[in-house]
Design a protein around this ligand. Sequence first.
Ligand SMILES: Nc1ncnc2c1ncn2[C@@H]1O[C@H](COP(=O)(O)OP(=O)(O)OP(=O)(O)O)[C@@H](O)[C@H]1O
Ligand SMILES: [Mg+2]
Length: 358
Amino acid sequence: MPYKEYFEAASEGLIVVNRGGFIVEVNRQAERLFGYSSEELVGQRVEVLFPTGFHERHRKHVENYFAAPRTRAMGIGLSLVGRRKDGSEFPIEIGLTYAGETSRGDLVVAAVTDISQRLALEREARRAETVISLGTFAAGIAHDLNNPLQVIRSRAELVLESPPSTPASELNEDLATIHRQAERASRIIEGFLELSRQRDKAVALLDINQLVENTLLLIGEQMRKDGINVRTELDRSLAQVNGDATALERVLVNLLSNARDAMPQGGQVTIESREVGESPGWLHLIIADSGPGISPDALKRIFELLYTTKPSGTGLGLWMSRRIIQEHNGRIEVESEPGRGTTFTIKLPAAETSDQHD
Ligand SMILES: Nc1ncnc2c1ncn2[C@@H]1O[C@H](COP(=O)(O)OP(=O)(O)OP(=O)(O)O)[C@@H](O)[C@H]1O
Ligand SMILES: [Mg+2]
């Protein structure tokens, strides 16, 4: 096939430009892309194909190119904007190939591709990704709200079903729980709003024993009703941690709910807090249950997003818990063997006290 036929058959718009920046030849595809006829283009400066804002940059580009053309002999990809005869603009990519000294002078062949379709596809892919992460986000909110809502519902049922002779003090206790849970739900929503605003979290100095006690106020009663005996071994001399109380309580609620789910016939949960001698400055919070344990294969996967073995589980609990602990510069570890229960250990760095700086 002679050169001219290759030139016309190319799927890119081909524009041959000389050292002075003048168009020497264009193929049909280039005429189509830019809406000019070949006669209109040949002899014009190549800048006619770019929006005015690009002219200066483009002129420099041509100069630089011819100053050292061989370094780019294979052509380079550039994201640029083209301008049609009717003034409309479109995104293009240009590959440059140096044709060398020819009988018609020192020439470069610019291969122009209209990339509007590709960019539209890329935009669509990014949009789809955003939709997916929004879905995960929404599932996270749903998961976290479910806990307080369940408690509110069951407590409200207790109140509704209680006989008229029930003393007010007993009802008040249920109402206080409902109130606390409703507040918790609002805090969760605030937390997520905060997250979506990408503001700093509510970090404060916290006593992790206090966190355990608050969490037990929230769900301890329910666990007892489900036949779970919760025992605490809290070291009262522990240093404080820097953290977000709502987020850390969320982790504890997740771990305790998992223990409860694992022991439908009831069982033991021990919550222990301590500072470990061999790693000073680190506080350990250990949550151990006497449930059925986890098989080695499942153990590798429990922190994965959406991994669940429960018919109505979402598989968000441990994934979110680990994320929260990592945000606190801590670690969460698990040990489990079938038949020997499951132990989660949360390791958090102690907050530096002012006397350590002195
Ligand atoms: N204490 C435990 N004992 C036995 N298995 C556990 C325990 N904790 C977690 N698992 C296993 O790990 C899986 C993942 O737990 P995770 O908390 O991430 O999700 P989930 O509890 O299934 O659902 P949810 O999103 O409602 O929390 C559980 O489905 C369960 O199989
Ligand atoms: Mg869970």
